[in-house]
Design a protein around this ligand. Structure first.
Ligand code: HEM
Ligand code: HEM
Length: 239
């Protein structure tokens, strides 16, 4: 591999692949749920599958398990690929390379925000609503909105990644090539170093990220609050 070829860390590739596959499976099965029980905004003439809600629920619940790990990884280890302090400012430099890179980083960040919206609204839904014709619940509309948002964001995410790095970048996120320093045998040492650095720097770290990249800190708070709400709200609110 030439040294200029884009390289993605192994942990990113694993987390991205697992959450990406589960998110895409949730999008497809979610659409099939809509197509089977709703169809008010358009319907495809494909056979309906009665157990599709269970299938969707299974992919969705696994996505909910992996998503917080992926989000935390991205906001910390992968923060260079997300929204930067000056990303919105750079949007004025239309068509320059930094414009596309800023759009790509914004799109990456939007994937995490739309994922959190899908997870929260999905957790607030009840399995029996759609089969019993209850199609007007606010959480259901929010969940449908989350689907539209996540589908649009995924399209922008892939388009921007290919614009910025071409096919090489797209392939790099799925590539099986691992650099020696990235090998899983080194993970325990790296994790120990990371913990010792972050415990020393915890308070300073928060301060640092607030000053250094406020927009990304705000995005992280939105995503984490969404995930915690998705865990707790269904237990305290009964629709
Ligand atoms: C048209 C699109 C969609 C429809 C009609 C739909 C429908 C549903 C329904 C009926 C439930 C309740 C099922 C249950 O409680 O077992 C649910 C739950 C859920 N959905 Fe969706 N969904 C859609 C898209 C998505 C997408 C794109 C995601 C994520 C990427 C997602 C993530 C979730 C999650 C995390 C749950 C909660 C699962 C649980 O904790 O049981 N959904 N969805
Ligand atoms: C076929 C589908 C997908 C392709 C081809 C793809 C491609 C990529 C590529 C090439 C990168 C690396 C960007 C860089 O190094 O600058 C990336 C990062 C990222 N992707 Fe995807 N992606 C896909 C699906 C998804 C899905 C479904 C999600 C959300 C659930 C997602 C969320 C992200 C995030 C948050 C990052 C940044 C990670 C970090 O900062 O560490 N992607 N993607």
């Amino acid at each position: 591999m030439p040294s200029s070829a884009p390289y993605q860390p192994l942990l990113l590739k694993i987390l991205h692949a697992v959450s990406g596959i589960l998110a895409i499976a949730a999008m497809i099965t979610g659409f099939l749920v809509y197509n089977t029980f709703d169809g008010r905004f358009g319907k495809l003439p494909i056979p309906s599958v009665d157990s599709i809600i269970d299938v969707h629920g299974t992919f969705a619940v696994f996505f909910f398990v992996i998503f917080p790990v992926f989000a935390l990884y991205s906001f910390h280890a992968g923060n260079k690929r997300l929204l930067q302090k000056d990303s919105f400012q750079k949007l004025t430099e239309i068509n320059k390379p930094i414009w596309w890179v800023s759009l790509q980083r914004i799109a990456n960040t939007l994937m995490l925000i739309s994922g959190a919206l899908a997870v929260l609204s999905g957790r607030m839904m009840k399995e029996e609503w759609l089969p019993t014709g209850q199609l007007n619940h606010t959480w259901y509309y929010l969940h449908l909105t989350a689907w539209v948002v996540i589908v649009c964001c995924l399209a922008i995410h892939i388009l921007m990644s290919s614009k910025v790095g071409g096919l090489q970048l797209l392939i790099s996120i799925f590539s099986g090539k691992i650099r020696p320093e990235d090998s899983p045998q080194k993970w325990s040492t790296r994790l120990r170093n990371w913990f010792s650095n972050s415990s020393v720097n915890f308070a300073g770290g928060i301060n640092h990220s607030l000053h250094n990249n406020l927009p990304l800190t705000v995005a992280e708070i939105i995503v984490l609050v969404g995930i915690v709400a998705a865990l707790i709200l269904p237990l305290v609110i009964s629709n």
